[in-house]
Design a protein around this ligand. Structure first.
Ligand SMILES: NC(=O)C1=CN([C@@H]2O[C@H](COP(=O)(O)OP(=O)(O)OC[C@H]3O[C@@H](n4cnc5c(N)ncnc54)[C@H](OP(=O)(O)O)[C@@H]3O)[C@@H](O)[C@H]2O)C=CC1
Ligand SMILES: O=CC(=O)O
Length: 325
């Protein structure tokens, strides 16, 4: 008999067929508390879960006593209680790598859009404001040859460094838990402490995961360390930045602008002060949202679940210690 799994995300037809060939699939429209009740029997039986958003927590685990593998269609897994999964010897699989270049592209797009005021100036043209030569109040700031500070020098941070160093002749500073010698040599990058990075960078770019250690890592004190001309880019997770402190810093001109793909609350509420600030470029968490990459993520997530439930995991495992036990 095929193992039972829960699928909480619509997949492209070919991937869905691949999943059906391996598993008895129950579709649910999201990992909501209501669906935990509505599909209680399916959760009781499920050995696998293939999901995108939604929390995987103690409540879900209690509802799914036979669960052996969770496969998330994302690189980040801050919405999964990894410790609880590991204690239950449930494998957690994710989809890094396939999205790295695409997320680095959106970070570079945010750098350019914020510095060159792309969104604001495009709106100005649409609003029929372009009636002569542009006055200096609408001038922007350069990106090339500036200093980029990358916070989180993992897969995405490195792909961003590649673009910034080779494409825009930028100096690279970075902060992570440890230095990376290959980054230092390839991008002529310099590892610094957080404070040095904040004080020296023209662009502070966040590609960090959300963890207990990174929650509100950038707050009022850190924003105050940044140059008045500096721009903050965040494509890691919203809560890495204290959003109230960021709004204050932007309003007071303590920093020049922000380019944000992630927020403390998503979707970003329409009454967020961020939306009334002209020096903010806000995107709807689309770092990986291209046709090619979203397909690749779904494909990898399906392959990951098949590998995990057949005991053939070779990559993309968050808690490999479970495999060894
Ligand atoms: N906006 C979007 O659509 C997307 C957002 N993301 C987000 O980007 C994050 C990063 O992805 P990826 O680059 O693949 O992840 P990696 O695991 O490859 O890199 C994470 C980096 O963060 C550093 N780091 C972790 N904790 C700390 C800390 N406490 N202090 C300083 N540095 C720390 C790591 O340090 P070290 O190198 O020393 O280990 C590493 O350099 C994801 O977790 C996700 O939240 C991912 C995909 C899409
Ligand atoms: O935010 C997206 C992810 O893949 O993580």
């Amino acid at each position: 008999m095929k193992p039972a799994i829960i699928l909480s995300k619509t997949l492209p037809d070919d991937l869905r067929q691949r999943l059906d060939a391996h598993f008895n699939v129950t579709d649910i429209d999201g990992l909501t508390p209501e669906n935990l009740d509505k599909y209680a029997h399916a959760f009781q039986q499920a050995e696998g879960l293939l999901k995108s958003g939604g929390q995987v927590d103690a409540t879900l685990l209690a509802a799914a006593p036979r669960l052996r593998a969770v496969s998330t269609i994302s690189a980040g897994y801050d919405n999964v209680d990894v410790e609880a999964l590991t204690q239950r010897e449930i494998v957690l699989m994710h989809t890094p790598t396939v999205l790295t270049e695409t997320v680095a592209d959106i970070m570079m797009a945010l750098v350019l859009a914020s510095a060159r005021r792309v969104v604001e100036l495009a709106e100005f043209v649409r609003a029929n404001g372009w009636d002569g030569s542009i006055s200096p109040e609408l001038f922007a700031i350069d990106v090339h040859h500036k200093k980029m500070g990358i916070l989180g020098m993992g897969r995405i941070g490195m792909a961003l460094a590649q673009r910034a160093h080779f494409g825009f002749s930028m100096d690279i500073l970075y902060h992570a838990r440890k230095p990376h010698s290959e980054v230092d040599s390839r991008y002529k990058a310099r590892y610094t402490d957080l404070e040095t990075l904040l004080r020296e960078s023209d662009f502070v770019c966040i590609s960090l995961p959300l963890t207990e250690q990174t929650y509100h890592l950038i707050g009022r004190d850190q924003l105050a360390m940044m140059k008045k001309s500096a721009i903050l880019i965040n494509a890691g997770r919203g809560p890495v930045v204290d959003e109230s402190a960021l709004i204050e810093a932007l309003k007071q001109g303590a920093i020049y602008a922000a380019g944000l793909d992630v927020f403390e609350e998503e979707p970003l509420p329409m009454n967020s002060a961020l939306l009334s600030l002209p020096n903010v470029v806000a995107l709807p968490h689309v770092g990986s949202a291209t046709h090619e990459t979203r397909y690749g993520m779904a494909r990898d997530a399906v392959d990951n679940l098949i590998a995990a439930l057949s005991g053939k995991v070779e990559k993309n495992c968050v808690n490999p210690q479970v495999l060894k036990s």
